[in-house]
Design a binder for this molecule. Structure first.
Ligand SMILES: [Zn+2]
Length: 1007
């Protein structure tokens, strides 16, 4: 077996070498082109096999005036043991700019940590001089309304213009090759006079952002240098990339929460680019996932999906012809979610592209052994990579550059076609209302959460969409909701299906906002606001990412999808600046009342006015003719002059009065919050930090190691937030990493100047530990609130911090980043202040909880109704023992699936596990009934989680453990569920408010 395999591999290698020999006749290099001999020699030296290079990159053109990358690297691009910092990469790009009129460098913004992002344009001196005029021509193709949709004029413009091909490198910090590949690519494009390269330079503008995740790049270079300085030791994992998130920086193209996404989108839109080609390095040797796998995103223009096929297969085919092994397309990446950076182009009438080349996570040259899954031939990978090969960063740079040059050449050759398509896609986006529809999305003026509404509209504006506002009421015809939709969100009615669905006239008030679909970027609005359906029977069994993102539902904002084109006749005014709603104070006096509508600005308000005295009403009430929700704020100790600018900025409405409403209330305090992270992964908690920073809710950022070392957490914090921890098991959170080998520091030192934030440690290995678990327990017992979600809630349950809650095993249940409907169980709990019913929550394989009145979780509801045994009578009759009088059977305990079964007398007798009534888990939100549960995305096995608890408040001694079976703070998408977290913070010492004790007493215990 082993021998045969070896022979096959030998044969494969031999074949490749032959092919390489044959195709080396393909000439790119011009015979008259001067060569940089020394650099070219190094290229050969660092390339581990001749077939890991191509005629495009096996030489470097020479120039007397223009410096090569060696000028800053001290060696060639892709050299072993060399990774340049962002500053070096930028220095080189600016040297190029000074040395040749064919290169122009612009700053495109900064990162969260203040590092610069740049874009480098490379083209002929004529095109560089003509950039502005070219941009204004492209702008008319991008918005055909400017030329009255005149196809002949578009044709003239396309003939006079050149496309912009935008390449983005190193968004994923441990994927390290792109910056040097792009330095060399810029040099080649600027100096090489061979006909192929000149053809690219004369016919398109190559735009390059060499590093997208700049903060992460500089940290990664630190780590790599540490590795070089400590040979033979394990090196620390790159625990932080950007300030907030790691790998998920490539899932932000919908929410646009990160600077890097905002800067790339702005560059793409400003330059009117046709392509975003994003470079990654996690698959051998070049996986062009431009084409991807099914299901395709359902909202993109079919012209785009045809372009994917055309471009992707051309790329693969050309590199295969060059004899380079391991180049393929298709793969297992589905193009359903529009969250990837490259998709900014797909959602804005351009073309999205992505390469996965092969990287060694650094610049070491390594013998790499692949898994069968990676090297086996399949129908879409007829030219697979080698099972084993020595691989260098130079090899990676050769593949990246060869693929890009072939792509640029292809795009230049077909530039007219792609510009025509660009125009056509833009035009078809504008024609959406009269074709596939809808005609518009309407955001009604009477939304009870105007702040959430404005936030979602601002996001659409940031996406390049135009928002208008109705200047008078208007009415449209809409499909009537189906009668069985009774349990659906009263606010977001998914369109009822079928042509036979009954229609009705619906009126929208003056002041409602509209996102009309007769605009060039209608597709992104449609994509974000529409519902998703991923069939449980889809042949694609492994969704690549989330299957749902419906922004109206996750944002708890009313959105109406209107297909009636009459909506376009509504009288409107344009909203030009980013949408702001201004708040106001009505009335006079020194008591202020602000309605709780779960607007995230209310959390900001509490912390902005730290010294003000705020109370939360425990019941709904009416005050001076205005209705207020449960949880509404009653504010004292602040003057009108102090309050006015704050509510105005936050878009809140306050009522001033000289008297106070007579309603039971409790203090709303500016709680001291700690947010806990692990040293295993910081990915998911980063989204929580981002949300809280965004709302200006202050917190202290501590690690599980800090928790382990602090027996007195309660003296410092009121609330400890422990966001979900990737896929780590409770045991892994406690254990951390194994302690053998060397310490893994994450701290700032002279050799690692960019490491050490946002937290630092001498050794990343130790986890929470049992001491840490004990400290958390003491914290809660002393009156603190521990807020946990998904696997950190599992941790609390597993290690005894949530008596009465247990985790049910899953059978068929599957919800892969779906939106699920919830129901309010206990509307009087402070956790749901400001919420109306039917909130949709994000669920990625969320946890199924069961409840019990026994601490050990015993006595749970049977999963099926007991069936009668064999005996006399019909199915519903009782059996009757013969020869004695019949007796009545005791009634079996009954409960709803979100409740604990009532205890029987047998269970109560001398049972230390019985949880005292006031300490029993209090279910606040539950999952909806099976038939109402699905909102959006992929849901299978709904009945397993239907009606089970979703958010549970567990009183423990003087404090509380709050369990979320889902993740309420996710990628800037789930703004509607953020306030569940803020409510826990603001009401930390009154979470028992409104609680009814199940033994019949109503007095809340303790606090
Ligand atoms: Zn990547």
């Amino acid at each position: 077996m082993q021998k045969t395999l070896r022979r096959i591999i030998f044969f494969a290698v031999a074949t490749v070498v032959t092919v390489q020999f044959m195709v080396s006749q393909v000439r790119i290099r011009d015979t008259k082109q001067p060569i940089d001999d020394e650099y070219t020699k190094k290229i050969r030296e660092y390339t581990t096999e001749p077939f890991f290079n191509s005629p495009w990159t096996d030489y470097l053109p020479g120039s007397i005036t223009v410096p090569t990358p060696k000028a800053v690297l001290g060696d060639i691009a892709g050299a072993p043991n060399k990774l340049p910092y962002s500053a070096d990469v930028y220095r080189y790009m600016r040297m190029l700019e000074r040395a040749t009129p064919r290169v122009k460098v612009v700053s495109i913004g900064t990162t969260e940590e203040g590092r610069e992002m740049i874009a480098v344009a490379v083209a002929s001196e004529r095109l560089i001089a003509d950039l502005e005029r070219n941009r204004s021509r492209l702008a008319q193709l991008a918005d055909p309304r400017l030329i009255n949709m005149d196809d002949a004029e578009a044709e003239r413009l396309a003939a006079a213009s050149v496309p912009i091909y935008y390449i983005t490198g190193s968004i994923h910090a441990p994927e390290t090759g792109a910056p040097t590949a792009l330095m060399e690519l810029a040099y080649r494009l600027a100096v090489d006079d061979s006909p192929k390269i000149r053809g690219i330079r004369d016919r398109l503008v190559t735009l390059i952002t060499p590093i997208v995740e700049v903060d992460g790049r500089d940290r990664e270079v630190d780590i790599y240098n540490w590795h070089l300085a400590h040979p033979g030791q394990n090196w620390p994992n790159l625990i932080y990339w950007g300030k907030y998130v790691a790998h998920d920086n490539n899932r932000d193209a919908m929410g646009l929460t990160l600077k890097l996404t905002q800067n790339v989108l702005k560059t793409y839109i400003d330059w009117k680019a046709q392509v975003i080609h994003d470079l990654h390095e996690s698959v051998p040797y070049l996986y062009d996932n431009t084409i991807g796998d099914e299901p395709y995103n359902a909202w993109v223009d079919p012209i785009l999906t045809d372009e994917w096929q055309m471009i992707g297969w051309h790329n693969v085919s050309e590199m295969t012809r060059l004899g380079m092994p391991g180049v393929f397309a298709h793969g297992n990446f589905d193009t359903w979610s529009p969250g990837y950076l490259m998709f900014l182009a797909a959602t804005h009438n351009g073309i999205s592209r992505l390469y996965e080349t092969f990287g060694n996570a650094g610049a070491d040259t390594l013998e790499r052994t692949l898994t069968p899954e990676q090297y086996e031939r399949t129908w879409y990978r007829q030219n697979p990579p080698l099972p084993k090969a020595k691989w260098s960063q130079r090899d990676n740079n050769n593949y990246e550059q060869t693929g890009l040059l072939i792509s640029l050449d292809h795009f230049a050759e077909n530039s007219r076609l792609f510009l025509r398509n660009f125009y056509l896609k833009s035009k078809r986006s504008i024609e959406k209302p009269k074709n596939e529809g809808p005609a518009a999305y309407v955001f009604p003026a009477d939304d009870p959460r105007p702040g959430g509404q404005a936030g979602l509209l601002r996001l659409l504006q940031l996406q390049g969409c135009e928002v208008v506002q109705a200047t008078a009421p208007f009415s449209v015809t809409m499909r009537k909701p189906k009668s069985d939709n009774a349990g659906k969100n009263d606010k977001n009615e998914p369109p009822a299906g079928g042509p036979d669905a009954k229609k009705e006239a619906v009126q929208f008030p003056e002041g409602s906002y509209l996102v009309r679909m007769d605009q060039p970027y209608s597709r992104i609005a449609d994509m974000l606001l529409d519902y998703q359906y991923w069939s449980p029977n889809d042949p694609q069994r492994r969704p690549y990412d989330d299957t749902a993102w419906t922004f109206g539902e996750f944002g708890n904002v009313k959105v109406a999808r209107v297909t009636d084109v009459k909506v376009l006749d509504a009288p409107v005014k344009k909203i030009t600046a980013p949408l702001q709603i201004s708040g106001d104070i009505r009335g006079d006096g020194d008591v202020f009342v602000v309605n709780h509508n779960s607007d995230n600005a209310l959390a900001t308000l509490r912390y902005k006015l730290r010294n003000a005295k705020m109370e939360a009403a425990e019941e709904p009430f009416e005050f001076h003719g205005v209705k207020f929700n449960r949880g509404s704020f009653i504010i004292r100790g602040v003057t009108l002059a102090e309050l006015r600018p704050v509510v105005s900025n936050l878009g809140l409405q306050a009522l001033a009065a000289s008297d106070a409403p007579s309603v039971v209330s409790h203090p709303v305090r500016a709680a001291r919050v700690a947010l806990v992270h692990r040293w295993l992964t910081t990915q998911d908690e980063g989204w929580w930090r981002h949300a809280m920073d965004d709302a200006n809710v202050p917190f202290t950022y501590i690690s599980t190691q800090t928790v382990a070392g602090d027996p007195n957490l309660r003296s410092k914090y009121d609330v400890v937030i422990f966001p979900p921890a990737g896929r780590n098991s409770p045991q892994a959170i406690v254990a951390g990493m194994p302690m053998w080998g060397n310490a893994l520091p994450w701290k700032q030192t002279p050799e690692t100047p960019n490491i050490g934030s946002p937290d630092s440690t001498d050794d990343m290995r130790p986890g929470l530990s049992w001491t840490g678990m004990d400290n958390l327990k003491n914290f809660v017992q002393q009156g603190g609130v521990l807020l946990s979600s998904m696997n950190t809630a599992d941790l609390a349950i597993t290690f005894g911090l949530a008596p009465g809650v247990s985790i049910a095993p899953k059978q068929k249940f599957k919800a892969t980043g779906a939106a699920l409907r919830t129901k309010l169980v206990d509307a009087s709990s402070p956790l749901v202040y400001g919420y109306t019913d039917n909130l949709a929550v994000y669920c990625f394989e969320c946890t199924i909880y069961n409840l019990s009145n026994l601490a050990n979780g015993g006595g749970q509801r049977p999963t099926t109704e007991p069936e009668r045994t064999t005996g006399r009578g019909t199915k519903d009759d009782p059996d009757l023992p013969q020869g004695r009088p019949a007796v009545d059977l005791p009634e079996l305990p009954k409960a709803e699936p979100w409740e604990a079964l009532p205890l029987t007398d047998e269970q109560k007798r001398n049972n230390a596990a019985v949880i005292p009534p006031e300490f029993r888990p209090r279910v606040v939100l539950r999952y909806a009934d099976a038939k109402e549960l699905f909102v959006s995305g992929l849901l299978d096995g709904a009945s397993e989680i239907a009606q089970h608890p979703a958010v549970v408040d567990v009183p423990v001694d003087r404090g509380h453990v709050v369990l979320f079976s889902n993740n309420p703070m996710w990628r800037g998408e789930t703004q509607g569920s953020y306030f569940l977290v803020y409510n826990a913070i603001l009401n930390f010492d009154s979470l028992n408010a409104g609680r009814k004790i199940s033994d019949g007493t109503t007095r809340p215990p303790g606090q």
